[in-house]
Write a protein that binds this ligand. Structure first.
Ligand SMILES: O=C[C@H](O)COP(=O)(O)O
Length: 300
């Protein structure tokens, strides 16, 4: 039964439900068939512009510098030259947000000047294995420094040993530490071993109050794939049906071609509908996707 929440009501913390977690199972062959059935995606300036507008433009490298972060923010604020904007009727288009490490919050906030939200990776990113107290403190510090979106990671060892309540407790603590900041929960699908675990991790994070579920850190051996995206989208649909709350989806890691972004768009549209193509419910975390989209829009 759907609750009558406002469209953008934040997903709150829900009680832990082991029965629901254990009831989730995924038929891997059916997922592959459903992805194949989406077929070839046809590119158009409208679809490319929509994809551009959901990018969390990211730099998460060991050699990041304030100069690199400033340049990234400038690109996020004005990804298209004025003449290309005018040609496409896309004046003022920006990416959805910028995503950096905690150390660059000050630099990014100054460069963004409030034009875009700032996302920060946290909670022991990328592996989530530092002491829980330190991970919670990291979230609190990033919020206090001005980040309005916090991308946390789950402790995969808990998921892999079936300690779903342990995953829930930690994610709930991060959600509490986020306060008003929106929380994206990275489940690191490439580390989870099965689509069944992807489904369980997705639902556990939504129970614990995640506003978005995100595939990957970009540091796993396998990052976002259409198959995990389909399962996560199905879990978001299930959550909406069960609770009435709309949770967003963020594929991330290794998405560098416009045609790949269009596949994730198609999955959103197919499983969740048009609303999940917009930045309040869909982001693509990417460090090098923007260039390909811009090139294609310039040549459109
Ligand atoms: O959260 C975003 C990812 O870390 C970006 O990964 P990428 O550098 O492979 O695009």
């Amino acid at each position: 039964m759907l609750n009558n929440h406002a469209p953008n009501a934040r997903n709150p913390i829900h009680p832990y439900d082991e029965g629901l977690v254990q009831s989730l199972s995924i038929e891997e062959g059916e997922v592959a068939n459903a992805v194949a059935a989406l077929g070839e995606q046809v590119s158009s300036p409208a679809r490319l512009l929509k994809a551009l507008a959901v990018i969390d433009l990211t730099t998460l490298s060991g050699d990041d510098t304030p100069e690199r972060v400033k340049a990234l923010c400038a690109k996020a604020r004005q990804p298209l030259k004025p003449e290309v904007q005018a040609k496409l009727g896309a004046e003022g288009v920006t990416t959805a947000a910028v995503c950096v490490y905690h150390a660059f919050i000050g630099t990014a906030l100054e460069a963004l000047k409030g034009a875009l939200p700032l996302a920060v990776v946290s909670a022991g990113f990328p592996h989530g294995l530092s002491p829980l107290k330190a991970r919670i403190l990291e979230v609190e510090e990033s919020v206090a420094a001005g980040a309005t979106e916090i991308d946390i990671v789950i402790d995969r060892s808990k998921a892999l040993t079936g300690d779903w309540k342990g995953v829930y407790d930690e994610v709930r603590a991060f959600r509490q530490a986020c306060g008003e900041a929106h929380m994206k929960a990275i489940i690191a699908t490439g580390d989870l071993g099965s689509l069944g675990n992807v489904a369980k991790a997705s639902v556990v994070c939504m129970m614990a109050g995640a506003d978005f579920i995100k595939t990957s850190t970009g540091k796993e051996a396998v990052n976002a794939t259409p198959n995990v995206a389909l399962v996560m989208a199905q879990m978001i649909a299930l959550w909406l049906k069960k609770t009435g709350y709309k949770v967003g989806f963020k594929p991330a890691g290794g998405i560098s071609k416009a045609k790949d972004a269009l596949v994730y768009q198609a999955i959103m549209q197919d499983v969740l509908g048009e609303e999940w193509l917009e930045p309040h419910l869909f982001r693509i975390g990417a460090s090098s996707l923007l260039g390909d989209i811009v090139t294609q829009l310039e040549n459109a």
